[in-house]
Write a protein that binds this ligand. Structure first.
Ligand code: ARG
Length: 562
């Protein structure tokens, strides 16, 4: 990685001068002056009680005396009051580009010693998937691809919500409507759930019957279990269809119900550590800590009526994962509002030493409409995902007449690109406004803009032979592009470390802006200097390889035309 290379050189120089300490090199925030900056001069000055000017100039002159100076640098200057500005050599840039092009995975450093278990998607069966389910699926899938690209092993689990009150409600409806088990269809479920859920809000008695059914199901009632399996099959197939459309894939299709086999064992472990307390008939674990800034209530393991809760199933699931897969990390992707729940669960399992895995809650914000409130259809409810896909497709098609003639496959790829790029470009934790109109445009920071750029470059390099790079960079547009390319690993590592696909989305977008201005200002097809032309084809080819691979990490596939 470019900054690492420069940091190693700084380390050598500081050793030579008998300074010890800070060697960080950062991207310059004045690209008109230099590419990178060493920002440790002030720190060294305060450690060694010298003036920053003295130390800065000392380092710069030592650097300039290096025999291999020109292999790495074009220019290194000290700038008052305490900065070292670094412009790297063209030969270093090209050497790095050749490595990126030739080595696997663009020469991004590989790791492979840990197992990451990812819990995302998490839809509740028997309820239709709506826009609120989008982020967990997309962000989770993308982070999984980032982790795999770094070389780690991943295991992904959809963790269906399949044992909650909604199942009791739907079973109640099935019985009331006198529906034959074989006649339970997705259309029926999509009508039954909202009806009963509304009824439960008005009618306490019905709600309590539904709660009893749920509890009996969990306790092993065979008749209810048959309905449960059927509901799970019908609803599960529909969920699979939607995830397939989104290219979101799971190794495991476990659900909350699968954790029930582990509840007893989890309970015994917690009990053996003497962590349980009885509170108003319920079995609870105190998880608050002295340093807490807000009140963290106890985790309820078992309700006073003997029923289990969301926290119970998550603890039992961690035990199951520990026993079956021994992951080093478990990552959860849900709405930020589940922060407290995961805090309680993580504290409980750590206190009880149920797992050594590093547990991470990766919360995300809400998808809002233009009014800043959670995204709604015109009729006022959260749109079902199927309807959202259709709405985006219709809007895209309406943008120009040619779009209608595109193959269905390409149209679906574009729908995916619009939705996913809109989502993944945001800092995961922030709410964002889902403005379909804006995100379907071919200009601006949108999926279509990226796809369009890729396809345009592809036209230029199509059927051209890819040779190699010489030692020259031809002009500023060219240099900007090459520098951006060698910075892929910086963006990628940020995305990995922060579990934030937005670093990659930002990178691809910036790369597209730079490559657009590169080819608008350099006329590649008519270029007479063959060597120059070959160099440019080489870097455009690498640019497109990167765009394609990074789009894949954002779960976006490229259509054949646009
Ligand atoms: N089904 C849950 C919900 O809809 C999300 C599940 C997330 N994963 C977990 N292990 N709790 O809120």
């Amino acid at each position: 990685m470019i900054t690492k290379i420069l940091e190693n050189i700084m380390k050598e120089e500081l050793n030579k001068l008998n300074y010890n300490g800070y060697t960080k090199v950062i991207k310059s925030n004045r690209p008109d002056l230099c590419d990178y900056q060493f920002d440790g001069v002030f720190k060294l000055a305060s450690i060694y009680k010298k003036s920053p000017i003295e130390i800065g100039e000392e380092i710069v002159s030592s650097l300039n005396e290096r025999g291999d100076f020109s292999c790495y640098f074009k220019e290194v200057n000290f700038v008052k009051p305490g900065f070292i500005n670094i412009t790297i050599s063209d030969s270093l840039i090209n050497e790095l580009l050749i490595k990126m092009n030739e080595k696997e995975k663009f020469n991004i450093e590989q790791k492979n010693d840990e197992v990451f278990f990812l819990d995302y998607g998490g839809p509740n069966i028997a309820k239709p998937l709506h826009v609120g389910h989008l982020r967990s699926a997309i962000v989770g899938e993308s982070v999984k691809r980032i982790i795999e690209f770094k070389g780690y092993k991943t295991i992904s689990d959809v963790h269906l919500g399949d044992y909650g009150l909604q199942i009791g409600q739907v079973i109640y409806a099935i019985k009331k409507d006198n529906i034959n088990i074989d006649d339970i269809t997705i259309d029926y479920l999509e009508k039954a759930y909202p009806t009963i859920s509304a009824l439960c809000k008005e009618n306490k008695e019905v709600k309590s019957i539904c709660e009893d059914i749920t509890k009996e199901l969990q306790d092993g009632n065979l008749e209810y279990h048959k309905y449960f399996l059927k509901i799970k099959e019908v609803s599960g197939n529909d969920i699979k269809r939607i995830y397939k459309y989104l290219d979101v894939n799971f190794d495991l299709w476990y659900g909350e119900s699968d954790s029930y086999n582990y509840i007893e064992e989890a309970k015994n472990i917690i009990d053996s550590k003497k962590l349980f307390k009885i509170s108003e008939g319920a079995l609870v674990v105190d998880v608050k800590e002295d340093t807490d800034k807000k009140e963290i209530p106890p985790l309820i393991f078992r309700k006073s009526n003997g029923g289990y809760l969301y926290g119970t199933t998550d603890i039992a699931t961690i035990l199951q994962r520990e026993k079956e897969y021994k992951p080093d990390h478990i990552l959860y992707f849900t709405d930020l509002r589940q922060d407290m729940h995961f805090n309680q669960v993580f504290r409980t399992v750590k206190k009880a030493s149920i797992t050594d895995a590093n547990l991470e809650f990766l919360g995300f914000g809400t998808v809002n409409g233009k009014d800043g409130k959670p995204y709604k259809t015109r009729s006022g409810e959260a749109p079902k995902l199927d309807n959202l896909f259709k709405e985006v497709k219709d809007l895209f098609i309406s943008k120009k007449p040619e779009n209608e003639g595109m193959s269905l496959k390409d149209q679906d790829k574009i729908v995916n690109a619009i939705i996913k790029f809109a989502d993944l470009q945001n800092n995961r934790e922030k709410d964002y406004i889902f403005d379909i109109d804006k995100f379907s445009e071919v200009v601006g920071k949108t999926g279509p803009y990226i796809l369009y750029t890729y396809l345009r470059i592809n036209k230029i390099i199509e059927n051209k032979e890819i040779t190699t790079l010489n030692n020259i960079v031809y002009n500023d547009y060219d240099r900007n592009l090459r520098i951006k390319l060698i910075e892929l690993e910086l963006a990628f590592n940020n995305a990995f470390e922060c579990r934030m696909p937005s670093y990659i989305a930002d990178y691809i977008y910036d790369l597209c802006v730079i490559v657009n201005s590169f080819y608008q200002n350099n006329h590649i097809n008519s270029e007479q200097d063959l060597e120059k032309k070959n160099n440019w084809i080489y870097i455009l080819n690498l640019t497109n390889k990167i765009i394609k691979e990074m789009l894949n990490i954002l779960v976006i596939d490229i259509p054949s035309v646009m």
